[in-house]
Structure formats: structure tokens, C-alpha cells
Design a protein around this ligand. Structure first.
Ligand code: NAD
Length: 498
């Protein structure tokens, strides 16, 4: 059976006593096993990182950027292989896997400009003969802990800025689909990155705890579910680390009465069901404003949902593939039952879906509920599957309150032709990323990604300038070059610019 090993110091290594199963979501069953590491494995990676990092930090930023350019070229050249590898473990369709990698590569493109964005500030003549300037320096050794749902994009969100700014970076990918991050680390070496600067350690809670407790790791970036994000944030910060920890989501799409409903239905189908709903920026809740809008929307949504094609991840015609594991399938189907029990009106039921020839695959048909209300657990919690819930609102204020009061605040969208309503909504909604007639408002790489409330712990977003800030410390220098004449200052009084 294929085995996925840690990637330490430029090569596969470190023996393991525990292994995790990598499932085949299209067909069911185990397709590979991954080594599950511990503190001893991490120690090897940290020692390699500590040995390699000072020279990498001293490498001038243009040379570091050239590694990013070459890495981008190599990932593009290997795109087909990477996408197939990603789909085979995750289950998303090939075109979507390419998008997963491409969105990560766009962060690498941003990092090709690292010499420019790392420039500090300078004030000439801040006092008599005094200049003040600042510089950004790497943290040293950083770590990333990533979820299963974007095994290309999210590792690249982190390793691009971490490495380009001069850190050594250790990634602990999801143990459900760890192959792509290992391949990316290999490509970094091929691109000219020194050994020890990008390493991969595999594992579960044991490895995560080892990372959070290791004194030489100065910064930890986490993306995953909210309870784990909160735990990682608390433990990392208690150990004196810089931590950013992105969590779960329940994104709402507000549909105003004047919206172009054909466009909305088209957008919703992709945003709610694409990648089987396993996206933190999926739109699993739609909020039509007014019953008339709700009825018109529902009439168009039902046939659109019934026309969706669920298939294996290599089916070029499929809109989406299986969910990641059998347990996840059972969990999503459990939520569908909960919503039924709570009084949601089940309009389209995706349970029991069987794909001919792939009966053991983890497929769930698209599911639609109407009359979901805010007191239902299935509304309050993230389902993370191909399930769309209609929550009706009587007016704009009621619609605005729904995502604003929800425990999660990752993304939200409003669909309208009314610029004033859209502007008002964007200004007032209590959510971190807003789409105006854009269903999945994932910011481009040179802006930054991050939610509010229980969707993110810590105060720095992913990628863009926020990413550069997270992976660097600011050092500020106040300099004076005396000309030899005594300045007569009193050294016992705090210097002021008065
Ligand atoms: P998860 O929380 O189960 O796992 C994330 C990481 O944490 C993995 O590397 C895993 O090994 C580790 N982990 C799991 N249990 C742990 C524990 N008890 N202690 C320490 N570490 C542990 O998340 P997932 O199922 O892989 O991913 C889906 C979740 O990620 C969803 O909630 C989704 O919304 C969220 N997500 C959020 C964003 C965002 O940017 N906000 C992006 C993508 C996914």
C-alpha cells in the first residue's frame, strides 16, 4: 500500500509507529496510509529548520523571490498531476482541484514581489541629527496546520508569505488528504529552496500539540473548524506564540426583491453545492427578502438543483463529487435528519444517493430546505455538505440581522440591483468578507482573507499585507551619528521631541 511520509530536510524520512488511513472517496475503502508523527519527529524538523533559517533570512529578498518565480513555474508545469492527486484524496472534481491550486499560486505570485512589500519606513531628521527607520524581520521558525478542504490553496496561503519573508516553515496538513502538500514541498526544493526551509510533518492531535508546545516555533497559522481553532489559539498564545486561527462558517446569501433571480440561482447552485459544500466560503443559507421573493426563488431553485450532476471527481461533466469520508457523509446526513426533526421543510432530499458503479463512494445528492428558522441547531451549526437552507426574512433589517447575529462571521453576500441597499449592507453587516452580487467573496491574493466572530481567532488575516505582517516582526531603529560636539542633553530625563 502507498505510504505518505514526513518530508524533513529535503527528503522523506522518520519512522512512524502510528498510521492513518487515506480513503478513496469515489469508491470507498482505503487507498494509502499516512505516517502519524509525534514530538520526536517534530524535533527533527525543527532542528533542520533552525539550522537552515539564518542563511535563508540573509539571502537577499530578490533571490528569495526568484525561488517563488521558479516554484510557480514548476507548479504550473505539474498542475495536471497535482490536481489528480488532490481529487483522488479529497473527492472534488478535477477542474475544482485546479482552482484550489491556482488560488494558492496567486499568493505565490504576490510573494514574487516580496522585496517591495518588505520595505520598511524611514523618517529623516526625526530629531536633531536623528533618523528613525524600521525593518521587517522573519519570526524564525513558523508552522501551519491546515484542513482537508483546500489541500493546495491553504498550505500555499501560509508557506508563500512565511518562506518569502525569510522564515523556515513546517506544515502539518490534514491527515485526510496530505499528498499535495508533500509534493509542493518537493517542488520547492526543485525550485532552489534550501533544505529545511519547507518541511512537512504529518499527524493528528499529538503532532498539533507538539507544534503548539515547541519553544522554537514562534508563529502558528491554523485553518480548520472553530472549536479546534479556538483550542489552537489558546494553547499557542499561552505558550507565547503568535497565532492566527481561522475557523468554521455559515455564510448567508441575502436576496433582495429586485435581484436578478436567474443570476442568483446560477450563483447559488455553484456556491452551495460546489465541492459538495465543503468550503468555508460556501453559501449554505439563502435569505430571500419577502415571501414573494422566496416563492419565486424556490420555483427556480428546485429544477436547478435537480439538474445538478453528482459524479466521480474525474467526471468532467460532474458539478461536484463525493464528500471526503464515510464519517463525514454520515454527519451531513445526520444534520439533514436533524433539520427535518426540527421542523425544516425538506424540499429536495439528497440522502441515499447511489452512483452506479461507485455504490461505495461517499456521495450525497443536493438537498434543499425551506422554512428554516434561527432557533434550529441545523441553522446555528456548520453542516459542511451539499445542503442549502432557505431562511425567510420579512425585510432588509431582518435579513441584515441574520448573518450579523450568527455565531460565525466568515463571508456573506447580498444580491440586489439597488446600490444604496448594497452599500448600507456592506457597511453594517457584522461579517468579515462581503460579496455584492458575488456569491463567494474570497479576496484576491493581494488583499487578505479572514472572518469575524467564531470564524477567526487572532487579529491578522491570511495573505496580502496581513500575511506579511503575520510572518514578520517590526524592528525600529533610532540612529544618531554625533559630530563630536557635546550636545548638553540630560541623560536622566526621558528624551522627548519637545
Ligand atoms: P478540523 O478542525 O477537523 O482539522 C483541521 C486541522 O486540525 C487538521 O490538520 C487536523 O489534523 C487538526 N485537528 C483535528 N482535530 C484536532 C484536535 N482535537 N486537536 C488538535 N488538532 C486537531 O477541520 P477539517 O474538517 O479538516 O476542515 C473543515 C473545517 O475547516 C470547516 O469547519 C471549515 O469551515 C473550516 N475551514 C475554515 C476556513 C477559513 O479560512 N475560515 C478555510 C477552510 C476550512
Amino acid at each position: 500500500m502507498r505510504q505518505i511520509d514526513h518530508f524533513i530536510s529535503g527528503g522523506a524520512g522518520a519512522s512512524a509507529s502510528r498510521f492513518g488511513d487515506i480513503m478513496d472517496p469515489n469508491n470507498g475503502g482505503v487507498q494509502a496510509r499516512v505516517a502519524l508523527g509525534d514530538a520526536a519527529v517534530l524535533e527533527r524538523a525543527v532542528q533542520a529548520a533552525l539550522a537552515a533559517q539564518p542563511a535563508w533570512a540573509m539571502t537577499n529578498p530578490q533571490r528569495r523571490a526568484r525561488v517563488m518565480f521558479e516554484f510557480k513555474r514548476l507548479v504550473e508545469a505539474n498542475m495536471d498531476d497535482l490536481a489528480h492527486m488532490l481529487s483522488s484524496e479529497h473527492g472534488k472534481v478535477i477542474a475544482d482541484s485546479k482552482g484550489d491550486i491556482q488560488r494558492g499560486l496567486e499568493v505565490i505570485e504576490f510573494c514574487c514581489g516580496i522585496p517591495h512589500v518588505m520595505k520598511g519606513e524611514y523618517s529623516q531628521g526625526a530629531g536633531p541629527g536623528i533618523d528613525v527607520y524600521s525593518m521587517r524581520q522573519p519570526i524564525g521558525v513558523g508552522a501551519g496546520i491546515t484542513p482537508f478542504n483546500f489541500p493546495g490553496m491553504i498550505p500555499l496561503w501560509m508557506c508563500g508569505p512565511a518562506i518569502a519573508t525569510g522564515n523556515a516553515f513546517i506544515i502539518k496538513p490534514s491527515e485526510r488528504d496530505p499528498s499535495v502538500p508533500v509534493r509542493l514541498a518537493e517542488l520547492f526544493i526543485e525550485a532552489g529552496l534550501p533544505e529545511g526551509i519547507c518541511q512537512v510533518v504529518h499527524g493528528d492531535k499529538e503532532m498539533v500539540d507538539a507544534i503548539l508546545d515547541h519553544p522554537a516555533i514562534g508563529a502558528v497559522s491554523f485553518v480548520g473548524s472553530s472549536d479546534i481553532a479556538h483550542y489552537v489559539y489558546n494553547r499557542g498564545v499561552a505558550n507565547g506564540k503568535r497565532v492566527q486561527a481561522m475557523g468554521g462558517a455559515k455564510n448567508h446569501g441575502i436576496v433582495m426583491p429586485d435581484a436578478d433571480l436567474d443570476q442568483v440561482v446560477n450563483d447559488l447552485a455553484g456556491a452551495a453545492f460546489g465541492s459538495a459544500g465543503e468550503r468555508c466560503m460556501a453559501l449554505p443559507v439563502v435569505v430571500p427578502v419577502g415571501d414573494d421573493t422566496a416563492e419565486r426563488l424556490k420555483a427556480k431553485l428546485i429544477p436547478a438543483i435537480q439538474a445538478l450532476r453528482v459524479g466521480i471527481s474525474t467526471d468532467a461533466e460532474a458539478h461536484y463529487g463525493p464528500v471526503v469520508t464515510e464519517q463525514h457523509k454520515a454527519k451531513v446526513e445526520g444534520w439533514i435528519q436533524t433539520c427535518v426533526d426540527e421542523g425544516g421543510e425538506l424540499i429536495v432530499d439528497g440522502r441515499g444517493f447511489k452512483l452506479q458503479g461507485h455504490e461505495e463512494g461517499y456521495f450525497i445528492g443536493p438537498t434543499l430546505f425551506d422554512h428554516v428558522t434561527t432557533d434550529m441547531e441545523s441553522y446555528k451549526e456548520e453542516i459542511f455538505g451539499p445542503v442549502l437552507q432557505i431562511v425567510r426574512a420579512a425585510n432588509f433589517e431582518e435579513a441584515l440581522a441574520l448573518p450579523s447575529k450568527h455565531q460565525y462571521g466568515n463571508g456573506v453576500a447580498i444580491f440586489t440591483r439597488n446600490g444604496h441597499a448594497a452599500r448600507e449592507f456592506a457597511a453594517r453587516v457584522n461579517v468579515g468578507m462581503v460579496g455584492i452580487n458575488v456569491p463567494i467573496p474570497v479576496p484576491v491574493a493581494y488583499h487578505s482573507f479572514g472572518g469575524w466572530k467564531r470564524s477567526a481567532f487572532g487579529d491578522t488575516n491570511q495573505h496580502g499585507m496581513e500575511g506579511v505582517k503575520f510572518w514578520t516582526k517590526v524592528k525600529t531603529i533610532t540612529q544618531r551619528w554625533p559630530d563630536g560636539s557635546p550636545d548638553g542633553g540630560n541623560a536622566f530625563v526621558i528624551p522627548t521631541m519637545g
